[in-house]
Ligand binder design. Structure first.
Ligand SMILES: [Zn+2]
Length: 286
């Protein structure tokens, strides 16, 4: 069934519309939107990695919540902005404009249903900017809408304890941490006999990049044929389970805090009367 990693009772699409209208505190109920991608992750991992990780972490976080914290997951967005991987088959990419419109329209639908707290848990490093743009746009349309554009890995977690200094510095894609967590979430999709280490060259300008990571735009093909940018070779499923639980614990705390969080101002529809057809029109001076 389509609830994936979520406890079925915390999967919003399993409710009827009448059950949703009867939820007691929709304004402070947290709606969680995992946003992933479908893109190559080397020869050893499936193209669904970013979707599996954000949906898996959200599901495990919701499973840890006490009953008195109201929160539901939406179905994950499984296609993202993955143009940097388009040279590899299996990558299915949207444009930034399409993804922005998608997140905006999902957000509008969440708001229309009476919810006022939306948490985006994005799993793909190539699209946090799109989530931030959407969150701001939704906030400007609706003065009482709290939208948090989160990134799966940007909460306290223990992944770094398993990573070498080089991996911490230069790994970006299909490396140790992603491989370990997929070994925990979907072991049948991992083929370690095909895994190889592959790092990008250190960026040749310390003023533009003090840590050596690429300071210019890149395509995965720039760094070699495998599609891997990092070293997955030491990853184990045991590490993956520990990393997964640390991420789930942090996101469960984030959801709990968001449930009770107040954020001023929560006026009704600041610019709500001024946007038409989804476009914001500046009404200053009118
Ligand atoms: Zn990834």
């Amino acid at each position: 069934m389509i609830h994936g990693f979520n406890p079925p009772q915390r999967f919003l699409p399993y409710l009827s519309w009448t059950e949703i209208t009867q939820l007691p505190d929709r304004e402070n109920t947290v709606i969680v939107l995992p946003t992933g991608a479908t893109e190559q992750h080397g020869p050893h991992l499936p193209c669904a990695v970013d979707t599996l990780i954000c949906a898996g972490v959200v599901g495990h976080a919701l499973a840890r919540l006490p009953d008195h914290v109201p929160a539901f997951a939406l179905s994950p967005i499984t296609y993202g902005k993955s143009e940097e991987h388009l040279h590899f088959p299996g990558t299915i990419t949207l444009s930034g404009e399409t993804l922005l419109a998608t997140i905006n329209e999902v957000g509008e639908s969440v708001y229309r249903a009476g919810f006022r707290k939306l948490l985006i848990v994005n799993g793909h490093g190539g699209q946090p900017q799109v989530m931030e743009m959407s969150a701001r746009e939704l906030r400007l349309r609706h003065g009482d809408f709290i939208v948090v554009p989160g990134f799966t890995w940007r909460v306290p977690n223990v992944a770094s304890q398993y990573l070498s200094e080089k991996e911490k510095k230069l790994a970006m894609h299909a490396g140790h941490a992603e491989t370990a967590i997929i070994m925990a979430l979907a072991p049948e999709t991992v083929h370690m006999e095909r895994a190889v280490a592959n790092y990008p060259p250190v960026f040749p300008s310390t003023i533009l990049s003090p840590d050596g990571r690429p300071a210019c735009a890149w395509s995965a093909r720039d760094f070699g044929e495998s599609g891997i940018i990092g070293d997955p070779l030491g990853a184990t499923p045991e590490q993956g389970h520990v990393i997964l639980e640390s991420l789930a614990k942090s996101w469960a705390q984030a959801i709990t805090e968001l449930h009770t969080l107040e954020w001023a101002p929560r006026e009704q529809d600041t610019w709500g009367k001024s946007h038409q057809n989804g476009y914001i029109q500046n009404t200053f001076g009118e």
